[in-house]
Design a protein. Structure first.
Lengths: 247, 125
């Protein structure tokens, strides 16, 4: 019995390593990802450089992502930013004919082009995804930005309290989805943030986005330290919701 | 003598060209940061608006914008909506822009709302 437990434990620990054995994640990254993603840094320092960005920077992926999410996403890539990485390329001031303007009497800028279709991205096999995730998790140049940052799990909030913080207190909802189809388009979706991102990254990024991405269009919300902990706890709680169940 | 003339011309050109350059930078900043809510033409009809319960300001609304001073517009960009008793949906951009960039943005917003007044030389304070 003891042997059986030991064997199962070893299988769980070793299997991811075996799965990626034989694949060179770094090589795949350089061959298939480097043409769109920045793997070396630094982040764009001017607004003109920022608008040239075709895909999210990955040179600090190891400071940012959760490995298990990367493995899953690389096998089944879906869009995270409804308006794309560079929203300016994907909006149009001409409303489509089906836009309902009777209700409010107003017309809005609309999403346009490739973002209205499913994301086109390389799909990897499980073994390759594991190898690439390993290679990405090794990219950690921003250790100093997360050093000493720690999530305080005692600062818990309910989903309702969290939504009040995100919407009424700091206004994040204006640019981010907090459930599919609910929120602004130009930011990344928040209802998967807890699954995608490391808590330390979220704490550090929300505190001052400019430290990670100097010209990004996410402002420094001057979030109070207590609220910062609550928001990240809320995002983790929110990511555990099953949004498909209600759809 | 020719060298002095040349230098003088270059300095004069720099003075003449700088407002144009500032205007371009301000337009680029407006396009990159403000457009997502205030819209491609500044009419308060940005792509994010349908999700908002408070609508962004229409910067082409001459009547309203003339009731606001440049100091107030500067303050709301730098410190956010609550600084002039407006919504938190307008975030503080003080950490994103330098003071000079905010001043240039105020100028750009004035060009959207109040071109006639700019030509007349109205003091927006």
């Amino acid at each position: 019995m003891k042997h059986l437990i030991l064997l199962s434990f070893l299988a769980v620990v070793i299997s991811p390593a075996l799965a990626s054995a034989g694949e060179d994640g770094g090589k795949i990254l350089r061959a298939q990802c480097a043409s769109c993603h920045d793997l070396k840094g630094p982040a764009p320092q001017t607004i003109r450089e920022l608008w040239k960005r075709d895909a999210p920077d990955l040179f600090y992926a190891g400071n940012k992502f959760r490995r298990e999410w990367l493995v899953q996403w690389l096998q089944k890539p879906i869009r995270i930013r409804p308006a794309g990485v560079n929203y300016l390329r994907n909006i149009n001031s001409t409303p489509p004919s089906n836009q309902n303007t009777k209700k409010t009497g107003r017309k809005y800028d609309v999403l346009w082009g490739s973002v209205t279709k499913p994301l086109k991205h390389v799909k990897l096999s499980r073994a390759k995804a594991e190898a690439v995730a390993d290679a990405l998790m090794g990219l950690k140049p921003h250790y100093s930005l997360v050093a000493g940052v720690k999530l305080d799990a005692s600062k818990k909030v309910s989903l309702d309290q969290g939504e009040v913080l995100i919407d009424k207190v700091y206004g994040c909802l204006s640019c981010h989805f907090i459930e599919p189809g609910y929120g602004g388009y130009t930011g990344s979706e928040l209802y998967t943030a807890g699954k995608r991102l490391q808590p330390e990254f979220m704490l550090s990024y929300i505190k001052r986005p400019k430290n990670w991405d100097p010209k990004i269009w996410m402002p420094n919300g001057n979030v109070k330290p207590d609220d910062l902990q609550k928001i990240v706890n809320y995002l983790i709680l929110l990511s555990k919701e099953d949004f498909n169940a209600s759809n | 003598m020719r060298l002095i003339k040349c230098c003088f011309t270059i300095v004069a050109l720099m003075f003449l060209a700088s407002p144009g350059l500032h205007a371009e930078e301000a337009y680029l900043n407006y396009k990159s940061y403000c457009m997502q809510c205030h819209g491609m033409h500044g009419k308060g009809d940005g792509v994010n608006v349908p999700a908002m319960n408070i609508l962004p300001r229409d910067h082409s609304d001459n009547k309203y914008m003339m009731s606001r001073t440049n100091t107030e517009i500067y303050k709301v960009i730098k410190f956010g909506g609550p600084a002039i008793n407006k919504s938190v949906k307008m975030p503080a951009w003080g950490d994103t822009f330098t003071d000079e960039e905010i001043t240039q943005l105020v100028g750009h917003i004035r060009s959207l709302c109040c071109e006639k007044e700019l030509v007349r030389g109205v003091n927006f304070r």
